[in-house]
Design a protein around this ligand. Sequence first.
Ligand SMILES: Cc1cc2nc3c(=O)[nH]c(=O)nc-3n(C[C@H](O)[C@H](O)[C@H](O)COP(=O)(O)OP(=O)(O)OC[C@H]3O[C@@H](n4cnc5c(N)ncnc54)[C@H](O)[C@@H]3O)c2cc1C
Length: 376
Amino acid sequence: YDLIGVGFGPTHIALAVAFTEEQPGRRALFLDSRDVFAWHPALLLPASRMQISFLKDLATFRNPQSTFSFVSYLHSFGVDRLAAFSNLGSWTPSRTEWAAYLAWAAKRLDHIVQWSSSVVSVQPAQSNGVEHSLIKVTIRDALNEKIRVCFTRNLSLAPGATPFIPALFREVLPVIPELAHTCAYLSTLQRLKMDHATFDGRVAVVGGGQSSAEVFHDLVSRFPRAKVDMFYRASALVPADDSPFVNARAFDPARTDEFFNLNDDERASRLREFRRANYACVAPELIESMYKLLYLQRLQPGEPSHRIMPNTEVASIERGPDGAGVRLTVHSTLSTGREPETNDYSAVFLGTGYHRPPSSLSFMSGLNSQFPALEQ
Ligand SMILES: Cc1cc2nc3c(=O)[nH]c(=O)nc-3n(C[C@H](O)[C@H](O)[C@H](O)COP(=O)(O)OP(=O)(O)OC[C@H]3O[C@@H](n4cnc5c(N)ncnc54)[C@H](O)[C@@H]3O)c2cc1C
């Protein structure tokens, strides 16, 4: 192959589109360990929207005439659908619609993708004991457990991020079925058979970023009789900064080359500076809607059903009484804060983010000698 790509999420769908449009006649192959394309299926909530403009789709900035643009996707259903979308007057499609767009593009590229195929090692290719410029990629097919080997001139990596589970929860996660990361939110509700009309238990959400906020908001809307607590360490939910100067400096295409050429310290400082555009922050409209919800609760008599508790962290977690549910003890992170409290929950969701541990690139260890940074 001229190009092998590890992973077939949005990053490599965009690369595959560019490759097929700009390098016709060259051979590419993309490998993904999943059996089918799906973009964050457990977080496709009715109210969730994209946080970026639809113009930042798979192709438009590189090639506005691409047939893989979001506008082309809408038009593939007929001009009525494109017109209807334009009538919304919105730059940000729903995440459900975006997931369908990505799936449509992935399907059109199916001829250069192998699903259920995990890359297990990458090594310099050798013939007669001499290394040459090709790269040897070893792949395990999950359907028949067969191993096969491909050779490529170029290799691209986009294995994505992995849900981050803080140490406190790591051991109990596999043994408490009512505890899940937000990346498994909808599938967990389904598994626990929580009926939206009758469920009147307590649910907790841990974390103060976008996923936690979306899950909190969804729980409150989905289960009108439930009580929902949200705990997070920071002092307030902070808005994601998508103001124009920040967007331009952080995400405009011209910034990619600039970022690439920065030295290590400059890169780290740039990432720190723009964390507020993407990490541990919440879309401003969602913050407003959550604040209103808490305010409206004050107008009702009695204890509030829902609580959003800043400066609060989970001190301990165990199985609930009678071997069901989850018992959480939370305490304040402030010396002046409230006393610790212990409550039993029917379900607990960890909105503790995503990370890119070195283990997600362990298949690259065969190239450590050429790329020492891989060993870090
Ligand atoms: C809920 C949520 C909402 C988001 N919303 C937005 C948004 O609105 N706007 C935005 O810009 N970003 C958003 N993001 C962030 C980002 O765009 C997405 O996470 C996106 O999916 C990243 O694409 P990717 O292709 O890099 O990785 P992924 O989509 O994670 O795909 C990586 C793929 O690599 C495969 N893989 C990994 N290792 C191997 C291996 N060894 N062999 C074979 N295959 C392998 C995996 O199976 C996976 O399919 C969101 C993220 C989340 C979690």
